[in-house]
Design a protein around this ligand. Sequence first.
Ligand SMILES: [Zn+2]
Length: 327
Amino acid sequence: MVIAEISRRNLFLASSAIAGGLTMQQIMIETAEAATPQSDIKSPGFKRFKFGDFEITTFLDGLRPGDGPYPTFGANQSQEKMGELMRANFLPETKFVNGFTPILVNTGSELVLFDTGFGADGRQNGFGQLEANMKAAGYTPDEVNVVVITHMHGDHINGLINGGAPAFPAARYVAGEIEYDYWTDPARTGTPAENGAKAVSTKVKPLAEKTTFIKAGDAVVPGITSEAAYGHTPGHLIFHVESAGKHLVITADTANHYVASLQRPDWEVAYDTDKAMGAATRKKVFDMIAADRLPFIGYHMPFPSVGFVEKQETGYRFVPVTYQFDV
Ligand SMILES: [Zn+2]
């Protein structure tokens, strides 16, 4: 607070106040307190870093606070054990905030988006912020060349189509063949997967003609290759991103809680279609990431959702990226 900022009205009030017996210092303190209201403007929703010849940006599509992590995580354990693990990691025992992180890789010749968030349908609940955060980061949705779908849960596919129109109108699409076949199989009718199948029929099916359905191991564009990570869903894919000697892994939903699923990979996750396979895949993928000391980006890791893991006696310790890519 400097005197120059005191408005003419305040000067008038100040002279009256001095006349009323207040010193200039007292007036300035009062003005300063009134001049700085608290702000609920949200933190910036993107993080960008150089990676070899690529540039990678992660976006926060939204945050979902709720109850948990037990029993969504750890249903094959006791609530007490989960409480203990959360306490040891300075997290609340019965509350959990989930985040959603689409990723944009600028290869220098193409913009490749991984997953789409909740889209316009989610905005009334505070989700669907990918588009706004892309714009804040200097991109528009019509610049996206390729949209890759790691798997077909709603938080990954709902942003494909907004109000009947493709959200990324110039893009071609890449998705797993096994995943698409699973969700479009009429056998899903009348099962717990029925709602998921309906979402695929409204959000993915209309784009099928512009979609390349890949097998695990296939490349998306030069430098980006898929790998099978089945269990979370029957056709769940992860992606290796390699450029100029650098290598990271987009792990999608292989682990969905940075403590419950990484420190205790065997603890069941309600979202996993095949819980035993989900756990086996978690250990296989994060053993590889830990052994090779690779950075990874996880869709539900704490934003900006980029980190490393250190293998421990049981599971892995999540180490968030700080300045590693800035030096
Ligand atoms: Zn997810």
